[in-house]
Design a protein around this ligand. Structure first.
Ligand code: SF4
Length: 142
């Protein structure tokens, strides 16, 4: 579970910049949902706090039932999800381990990845797509 003491610089998978904005309380398990809420509360309380963008398990993954599989270097799931992170980083023009203010990283991802084709490419067939991408509609036209 995410701890407040880790909030100085929170490690976040790049594709989770989407998932976090669209979170509505759905998730892989009750532990996952509770942990996601803690991470989001911490970022909301300190929007100028720093995030480190990664393409490996992060502060959200710690309570996920799939963490073991996602932590393997060559499992199907790990490769598929890492590709999502790498695509987001590529489209942002950032290297892995880039550190930035949370509010600035959200602003950039919403600015640079707002075309439906970007979303299609990154999120593909993700099972949460319908549950979490609702928030993009409110950004339309910005
Ligand atoms: S499925 Fe993998 S990448 Fe997604 S939250 Fe779970 S451990 Fe993290």
């Amino acid at each position: 579970m995410f701890k407040e003491s880790e909030s100085e610089c929170i490690r976040i998978r790049a594709h989770h910049l989407f998932c976090m904005q669209g979170f509505q309380g759905y998730g892989y398990s009750s532990e996952f949902v509770a942990n996601m809420r803690l991470v989001l509360e911490s970022i909301k309380a300190s929007p100028s706090g720093h995030l480190e963008l990664v393409s490996e398990c992060d502060a959200i993954c710690v309570s996920c039932p799939h963490k073991k599989e996602c932590s393997l270097s060559d499992s199907f799931l790990a490769l598929k999800i890492r590709k999502m992170d790498q695509l987001v980083l590529e489209k942002l023009g950032m290297e892995e381990q880039t550190v930035g203010e949370a509010k600035e990283l959200f602003r950039l991802v919403n600015k640079k990845l707002k075309n439906p084709s970007d979303i299609e490419e990154v999120c593909g067939s993700c099972r949460w797509r319908q549950k979490c991408l609702w928030y993009l509609q409110k950004n339309e036209g910005n």
